[in-house]
Design a binder for this molecule. Structure first.
Ligand SMILES: [Fe+2]
Ligand SMILES: [Fe+2]
Length: 150
């Protein structure tokens, strides 16, 4: 069975590709593709992964930093949501968002997940994967049926 690390890493790789594409074409459509994936990803991490890892003293500072980085990305996303691609600062905001997410993902993979592997059992990492996947499925269903996600 898949672990939470594999699932999140796959989504990170997909996000990295979309960010690259968005910076290349600078379009709002490309941005919205990022938004629709990044939002539930961060939500799921905050709902299932971070609270479990925060229980470990050694990870508390790292997780606090991760929350801050999520908030930074969320702020940039909501600012860009209200903008148009012809706006003067669109390109620089998009670059800022790419930098912000790329940095966070790197920290998450190289520090947070690395340490989590020593803390969570294989079974627990699989259970988190299951919870995360179920959460995302119901989130996407709600988006598709036009209901408020949460
Ligand atoms: Fe994250
Ligand atoms: Fe992540």
């Amino acid at each position: 069975m898949e672990t939470i690390y594999t699932i999140l890493k796959e989504e990170h790789d997909q996000l990295a590709e979309l960010l690259q594409q968005a910076v290349a074409d600078s379009s709002k459509v490309s941005f919205l593709n990022i938004k629709i994936r990044a939002e539930p990803h961060m939500m799921g991490e905050e709902k299932f992964v971070y609270p479990r890892l925060e229980e470990t003293e050694e990870l508390r500072d790292l997780i606090a930093k991760a929350y801050n980085e999520h908030n930074e990305a969320k702020t940039l996303i909501s600012e860009m949501d209200a903008m148009e691609e012809r706006d003067e600062s669109w390109t620089s905001k998009l670059r800022e968002l790419k930098q912000s997410i790329d940095h966070h993902v790197k920290e998450e993979e190289s520090k947070v997940f690395e340490r989590a592997r020593n803390i969570l059992s294989q079974q627990e990492a699989e259970k988190l994967a299951k919870q995360y996947v179920e959460f995302k499925r119901s989130y996407m269903n709600r988006v598709e049926t036009g209901k408020r996600p949460i």
